[in-house]
Design a protein around this ligand. Structure first.
Ligand code: HEM
Length: 407
């Protein structure tokens, strides 16, 4: 195990266990002492923690490329030769557009995705999501306890995206395993990451072949029948985008729902407010997203640049620490307090600029429905043992085991 950092300004460790569990004091210190910190660990990176810097770098697509958005360089990037899908990926040279593309490809790749993820399009999935949440709660309510992360939060996004892609919902557990293998555990375990990436690609490749033969009313068919400049969307692009949808929507939303439950389990006054003032829910969701933002992305420096005096070289990695930006006291009053009806909340949990989350309407709907259904059936609950809660961190931060009990 690597020694713990003694100086976080020059040697931070995003996989340090204490940091994953409670990164907030480190960010507070860095914001004041060294707003763009640096480390040589995990392939090396720069880490801005002030809102202003995260915002500026995320919008500067000329100097900061999205060609690799992983926060650690422990395994070859998705577009590298034998990156993760072996021959299939090599042959296709698949990335995960639009998140791994820069303009001009990014522009059409993103435009393609927006219609099926508009607020109206997403509303269609709300009844099914609600039904799913009810079934999950039915499964454990009589026990007086459940794991809020693995029995509930984890189960929701994987099933919803499976429905949208038109792939079997009983594969949801397998998807979650693959996605964790790729994005969470695999970030420090290259073999696992490669195997998980390959499994996802091979599975989706087979789905695409099947859907070419039997088109349906699903996202894969939508992508296959869409056109760009009068031409069908190239199949490798469809594969990369489906890969992204599976990977981007599962860990992230699961983590947000889990963190929200973690907060509510410890704050009876906030539970009471949400139950008595249900109209507050959309605003409360924005606040929970701000306070417990799960996602950090990365950028690759496109050419040598001095950013606020930091000598960044071409190829360097920069972490888009959206979660730290969202706790910056320069922008948010009392940033460590969760104020469910916070009036001014320009949070960047979904990013900012051209790569801003394309799935935000879906994520918000899933969070809202998951919390509404939980609070309706289990209004009074607490953590079984706060110390026993385990957290994942790095790219996506959120609780992974979280015993919750109720009377
Ligand atoms: C609470 C849950 C979620 C959070 C916090 C979140 C966060 C983010 C962030 C921060 C980015 C910006 C990436 C960057 O700047 O490099 C992003 C991009 C993206 N997200 Fe999400 N996301 C969530 C859920 C979802 C869901 C459910 C989907 C769809 C299934 C999704 C699909 C995407 C896509 C396609 C992009 C790339 C957009 C582009 O590059 O133009 N996300 N997300």
């Amino acid at each position: 195990m690597a020694p713990q950092p003694t100086d976080w300004t020059t040697d931070y460790d995003i996989f340090d266990k204490g940091y994953i569990k409670n990164p907030f004091p480190v960010w507070d210190e860095l914001r004041e002492q060294c707003p763009v910190a640096h480390t040589g660990r995990w392939g090396g990176s720069w880490m801005p923690t002030r809102y202003e810097d995260v915002f500026a770098i995320a919008r500067d697509v000329e100097h900061f490329s999205s060609r690799n958005i992983l926060v650690a360089n422990v395994a070859p990037p998705p577009d590298a030769d034998d990156g993760m899908g072996g021959e299939l990926i090599q042959q296709y040279n698949v990335g995960a557009p639009p998140i791994t593309s820069d303009p001009p490809e990014h522009t059409w790749a993103r435009k393609l995705l927006l219609p099926p993820f508009s607020a109206n399009a997403v509303a269609k999935w709300e009844p099914e999501t609600r039904e799913l949440c009810r079934e999950l709660i039915d499964g454990f309510i009589a026990n007086g306890r459940a794991d809020g992360a693995s029995d509930y939060a984890q189960q929701i996004p994987s099933r919803v995206i499976a429905s949208m892609l038109g792939i079997p919902k009983d594969m949801a557990g397998t998807f979650t395993e693959w996605v964790r293998g790729f994005l969470e555990l695999g970030l420090t375990d290259p073999e696992l990451r490669r195997a998980s990436g390959r499994a996802i690609f091979e599975f989706l490749y087979a789905c695409i072949q099947e859907r070419k033969a039997n088109p349906g009313d699903d996202l894969i068919s939508y992508l296959l029948t869409s056109e760009v400049d009068g031409e069908p969307v190239p199949e490798p692009h469809v594969l990369g985008t489906c890969f992204l949808l599976l990977v981007a929507g599962i860990d992230t939303t699961w983590s947000s729902i889990g963190s929200a439950l973690w907060h509510l389990a410890q704050h009876p006054e906030d539970r009471a407010r949400l139950i008595n003032e249900p109209e507050l829910m959309p605003q409360a969701i924005e606040e929970l997203l701000r306070a417990y933002s799960p996602v950090t992305m990365a950028r690759i420096v496109a050419e040598d640049v001095s950013y606020n005096g930091c000598p960044m070289s071409e190829g360097d990695r920069v972490l888009m620490n959206f979660p730290a930006a969202n706790r910056d006291p320069r922008v948010f009053d009392n940033p460590d307090d969760v104020i469910l009806d916070r009036a001014k909340n320009p949070h960047v949990a979904f990013g900012v600029g051209i790569h801003r989350c394309a799935g935000s309407n879906l994520a918000r709907m899933e969070m809202r429905v998951a919390l509404e259904e939980w609070l309706r059936r289990i209004p009074d609950f607490r953590l079984e043992d706060p110390e026993a809660v385990t957290w994942a961190g790095g790219q996506v931060r959120g609780p992974r085991t979280m015993g919750i009990v109720w009377p």
